[in-house]
Design a protein around this ligand. Structure first.
Ligand code: XIL
Length: 342
């Protein structure tokens, strides 16, 4: 077993270990988080502050305060920043959604990438240039980008990002892109960018998986397939959902937060489930280690259970347990299982 004292230390010869940060962590408001993050992680992704609705709320207005703080925080602790994300159909500002005219929309698209990417040139290690452009069947997702610019918007986004921020690694990021059909679409999309002579360095597999249903075989096939395109592979938003899809006959994805049956572990999760989560995480990291020559980063989507987006999604008011640290920032069985591999 390892003498390592932290995740980033244990995996230092394998891949980066990242976490997503929101305002309280960026501003070091929580002393426990502030103490834990630089010890455990050597990569960060802004969970929200670099998304267009936050960083570019009006046509001629950018709010860089929090993103600048994040970049300074990371530099202080020798942590790499993955910018997230330049082009995404979600968390788009209202003004952009309302643009009707094609030329104006193209101007927004170009200005947005130029302004944001060039500000963090040399300051972020990488960018998720385009996020979630695909449907589950591998076709292009309907969006304002597809509608106004056409399916060349992906290549164009990478071309603009490369110009604005040369030397920064450029990635395509999506969820379920380890699933065969979506993977095929993702491969086709990458090949299109490459055929245009535009640089793309990697693919991010978000990794929002579910307890007991982690698709190991699809993940391994995807790591191999993306690597075969000459790309780096990253797991970019890892968490393991602990709440059942169905509980006492109720579909938890229905927005019925008042039904207590939909939040079965509000007072604490059974140890058997924490053990199963530990096994799921250990098997994932075993797979990542097997392919450590292809994987450059594994990022968790949040620092601890209390901070995870899965407490609020898809239904607000849930109590979820998807990460390696509990609400008191203590390591969970899953943490020990991941450390025990080294
Ligand atoms: C989520 C954040 O975690 C939430 O705080 C926010 O309200 C919505 O977005 N895929 C992504 C991430 O690429 O940006 C999303 O993050 C989760 C799904």
């Amino acid at each position: 077993t390892t003498t390592a004292v932290s995740l980033k230390d244990a995996y230092k010869n394998d891949f980066l270990i990242g976490t997503a940060l929101n305002t309280p962590q960026i501003e070091e408001r929580d002393p426990k988080a502030a103490a834990l993050i630089p010890v455990q992680f050597n990569a960060v992704t802004p969970e929200n502050c670099m998304k267009a609705e936050n960083i570019h709320p009006q046509w001629d207005q950018y709010t860089f305060d929090l993103s600048d703080k994040l970049v300074a925080y990371a530099a202080k602790h020798n942590i790499k920043v993955n910018g997230h994300t330049l082009i995404w159909h979600s968390q788009l500002p209202q003004f952009a959604r309302r643009i009707k005219d094609v030329d104006s929309f193209k101007t927004f698209f170009t200005n947005h990438i130029n302004t944001v990417a060039s500000r963090y040139k040399g300051k972020v290690f990488s960018w998720d240039v385009v996020n979630e452009a695909l449907n589950e069947d591998g076709t292009m997702r309907k969006s304002i980008f597809l509608d106004k610019i056409g399916d060349g918007f992906v290549t164009e986004a990478f071309r603009l990002a490369e110009k604005a921020s040369p030397g920064t690694e450029l990635y395509y990021n999506d969820y379920n892109n380890e699933q065969p059909k979506k993977r095929e679409g993702c491969i086709a999309l990458v090949k299109k960018v490459q055929a245009a002579g535009v640089r793309i360095d990697g693919v991010g597999i978000q990794g929002h998986w579910h307890l007991g249903r982690v698709p190991f075989k699809d993940i391994e096939e995807s790591i191999l397939a993306y690597h075969a395109l000459g790309l780096k592979v990253m797991i970019t938003e890892l968490d393991i959902e602990m709440l059942p899809r169905n509980f006492q006959g109720a579909d938890v994805n229905q927005r019925q937060a008042s039904n207590p049956a939909l939040n079965p572990y509000a007072n604490g999760i059974p140890d058997s489930l924490l053990q199963q989560q530990a096994a799921d995480y250990a098997n994932l990291f075993k797979l990542f280690l097997k392919h450590k020559d292809k994987i450059t980063r594994v990022t968790f989507w949040g620092v601890n259970d209390g901070q995870s987006w899965l407490n609020g999604w898809p239904i607000p008011g849930r109590t979820n347990y998807p990460l390696l640290f509990d609400r008191a920032f203590n390591p969970k069985p899953a943490y020990h299982a991941v450390m025990a591999l080294k």
